[in-house]
Unconditional design. Sequence first.
Length: 514
Amino acid sequence: MSLTLVIGGARSGKSRRAEALALATGLPVRYVATAEASDPEMAERIRRHAERRPAGWTTVEAGADLAAAVAGGRCVLVDGLGPWIATVLHRGGSGEEVLAQIDAIAAAGPDALIVVAEEAGQGIVPADPLSRAWLDLLGDAKQRLADVAERVELVVAGRPIAIGAAGAGTMPSRMHGDAELAPGLADHAVNVIAGGPPEWLRAALREALDEDAGRYPDERPAATALAVLHGRAPQEIVPANGAAEALWLLPAALRPALAACVHPAFTETEAALRAHGVAVARVFRDPERGFALDPAAVPEAADLVVVGNPASPSGTLDPASAVLALRRPGRAVVVDEAFMDLVPGEPGSLAGEPLPDVIVVRSLTKSMAIPGLRAGYAIAAPAVAERLRAVRPPWSANALALAALEAVALRPAALAAAAERVAAERTDLEQRLDGLDGVRRWPGAANFCLIEVEDGPAVAAGLRERGIAVRSAASFPGLGPGHLRLTARGAAENERLALALAEAVGARTPVTAR
């Protein structure tokens, strides 16, 4: 169960915030109402609250048994704790009964439980015993819920402030393909072009080591070259210590209230958001629709949306129109294009589009085979780029990484050649996989193929026994143990992989290139 506690004073916006978080779960919502219409004005308040709830929500009255109202729901929103405690005390209930109910709802087990509570007690101690009892119980109840909550937010003037770090269980897996490697294994796990960096890039790196390593890095030449490559201005380019660092800058620079991460995808973005206390809604691509992006599935309340294009590990390439459909007033859209330079012609790329609310993150890791250099960058409108720089560590991109960024940006033909090579290798692997029984493959545009088999761990282990490492995709949100990601290599390597895979899954169809 995911438990979120939202606290705030009267008219702070705490209920609206809780409603937005409930919508973002994508689950059927049960609204547990606790206030009673004790007078006409209170009845009008309750009416206005009910009027703004989505039509599909179910509303139940809390009554004395709050745990019973919560139990069995998928997403349950309790609004709010203070009125319920007041009602229990007014009807002669005890503090022990209240706290027992609090413990019960914390263990009730809906997929998502959101509790709204009043932030009270910052003034003097009340003069009457009933008010003191209410205040004490409210404080004790909030502490008990906060102790087990995944997230605690304080809402002030409509602005949520995370005051409780996300629990360890909420963080996405941070496993990456290199963890699958071991000496002697053929590498179909890491999605980096084989063979290492080309000689002209090695020469540029040697020159940078000789000429630039003895002084602090100067990113201006690299930014200028990248700007020319993408048809942007130098001030719109933010070099970073790999694309991963650029993604980690987002929560500190943008301070979103609710981020939506489209999954399955690179998990470092969600890890960064959660580490900074940002509430995250997961939006899942549908494998039955080829993992195509569905902009309508993103919660309207999200003020930051992150999407990969091409996506990893599915390799799905969405048209620019689908990505642009994510835009909304007050929302930033981040497009992780770490694999886009592996796609001939880069269809769908937004790197060259100067949009004020779109940030594009790029990497040279894969196409130039330089994962150890951490050479990446963000492209954003000048004001947004400056916000990214403001939270970036000094000299984030080192001299060698900057030399690589500049050298590659000045050679667009080399990037195009790498993309053509990748397309040929992937096509070769796809043809071999399509001849296998027991293997489901999805079409992709990057340098890997996502497949599904009946028993992924057993198949991966069987491949390791045959000297081949592949990437389990079970760590990607939205995928399961049967999913594997296979990096495409040359024809001989692909043939060896396909033959080994046929043995591992017990396929009967001969494997031949077509």
